[in-house]
Design a protein around this ligand. Structure first.
Ligand SMILES: *Cc1c(COP(=O)(O)O)cnc(C)c1O
Length: 431
């Protein structure tokens, strides 16, 4: 009996699963604000047709292009599902813990799962360059990888506060051939405005960097914009995680009672959970869904209303659980969990009562202490964001120890932490 559950490459799903037709009520559509130019009208100028068609598609299963499937295999898919038997023993829990190992990604996170198809569609449609923003740096690195594989240039606007202490990730993006700029930069009007107002070291924020990337492509017909989370098509691509996991659970004759992951914009959580939300909605399966968040940006507890996705209000209004698009959040090591709103799909599921949250303190000590136990027993070093998923799965397993319930707990490890060592060392005071 192996605890690493591997799916053969020819078993990679042939379609992504689109939950839109199966949601309990139709997803509120994106809207234009009362004032200013039409954001909806501008979408065709900034996104590729491939992803725009998927954004509103109600087709239940969307075929994965053969070339994309091959790139998925090249990127190491299918990724193993692991039964965390050593961790179970250390916790002395009757629960069964399974983790999906997205940390086997070449750039270190699940974000390659959407970077690959997004770069593929842009190349197909004749674009020469992509532009994007990145916060923690994982998205910029994933898109740099995908652009280098398909042969596209890439410009990355990287939130200055994070870029300044992650020199290795900066270098990795450059190795893939990307052109990387700390944001706010002097390359856009939005950026120049902010630099003038404050000092030249403005720390930036994800919403600001999004505004810079959108402005960049709006001025260049050969360039297309790409977003690494939140939107429907991103979550669609990420369902590859949960579709694989479902097959892998079947291989060991198990099915999750609890599905857990960390949630920033919602793409890794949605990727793992959406195929199981289907079972809950359509078949009434009894599954608990838990999203792990930080106290600095608990967006799932925000108001469910229309809000912009970016600081400069260039995106359409999306109905989301939001803390407000101008809100500033104190830095944490799990920087990818610091976004003001949750994906419309995840927000709708939250509003319907399908999704629970657990919120961890901003000092991150508990989360990283728990994760240290995972590192010691399972041996893999997770990303700082993934540490929240691990802590939440462990909390569920500890609750089972109290109650004696033999639950099956499925969680996602969205990335590896080889470039997050500073974060772990700071918080855990590793001498
Ligand atoms: C970006 C990122 C996250 C948070 O983003 P989601 O869209 O919520 O998944 C979590 N973990 C890792 C490793 C990331 O790179």
């Amino acid at each position: 009996m192996h605890d690493t559950i591997s799916l053969p490459p020819d078993e990679i799903p042939r379609s992504w699963y689109n939950i839109l037709p199966d949601l309990p009520s139709p997803l509120p559509p994106p809207m234009d604000p009362q004032e200013g130019p039409s954001r909806l009208g501008n979408l065709g100028n900034i996104f590729s047709k491939g992803v725009l068609m998927q954004e509103g598609s109600t087709e239940r299963y969307v075929r994965i292009p053969e070339e994309v499937r091959e790139l998925y295999i090249q990127s190491g898919r299918p990724r193993p599902l692991v039964r965390a038997r050593r961790l179970e023993k250390a916790l002395n829990t009757p629960a069964r813990l399974y983790y999906k190992s997205e940390f086997y990604s070449p750039t270190g996170s699940h974000k390659v799962n959407t970077a690959i198809p997004q770069a593929y569609y842009a190349k197909q449609e004749g674009y020469e360059r992509m532009a994007t923003e990145t916060g923690a740096g994982q998205w910029g690195t994933a898109l740099a990888y995908a652009c280098s594989l398909v042969g596209l240039d890439l410009t990355v606007y990287w939130v200055r506060a994070a870029s300044s202490w992650k020199a290795e990730r900066f270098r990795l993006m450059q190795l893939y051939g990307a052109d990387v700029h700390p944001s706010p930069s002097d390359r856009t009007e939005v950026g120049r405005g902010l630099l003038k107002e404050g000092d030249m070291d403005h720390p930036g924020g994800l919403g600001i960097a999004i505004s810079e990337a959108i402005e960049d492509v709006s001025n260049d017909p050969r360039a297309v914009y790409s977003l690494g989370s939140v939107l429907n098509h991103v979550l669609l691509h990420q369902t590859i995680i949960g579709l694989e996991a479902k097959k892998q659970m079947e291989m060991v004759d198990d099915y999750p009672d609890v599905v857990v992951s960390c949630l920033g914009g919602g793409s890794n959580f949605g990727g793992l959970a959406i195929p199981f939300f289907r079972d809950r909605i359509k078949e009434g399966r009894d599954i608990k869904f838990v999203a792990a968040q930080s106290e600095v940006a608990p967006n799932l507890n925000g108001e469910y209303r229309y809000d912009f996705g970016d600081y400069a209000e260039q995106t359409p209004l999306l109905k989301m659980c939001t803390l407000g698009h101008r809100e500033q959040f104190p830095p944490i090591k799990g920087d990818g969990l610091r976004y003001h709103a949750a994906a419309p799909i995840m927000s709708a599921l939250r509003a319907e009562g399908y999704l629970d949250t657990i919120i961890y303190p901003s000092d991150e000590e508990y989360v990283f202490q728990q994760t240290k136990k995972f590192v010691e027993t399972e041996g893999f070093l997770p990303a700082a964001e993934s540490a929240y998923s691990i802590a939440a799965a462990m909390d569920e397993a500890l609750a089972c120890k109290e109650s004696g319930e033999e639950k099956s707990i499925l969680f996602n490890i969205s990335g590896h932490g080889f470039m997050d060592m500073h974060g772990f060392a700071d918080v855990l005071k590793l001498g």
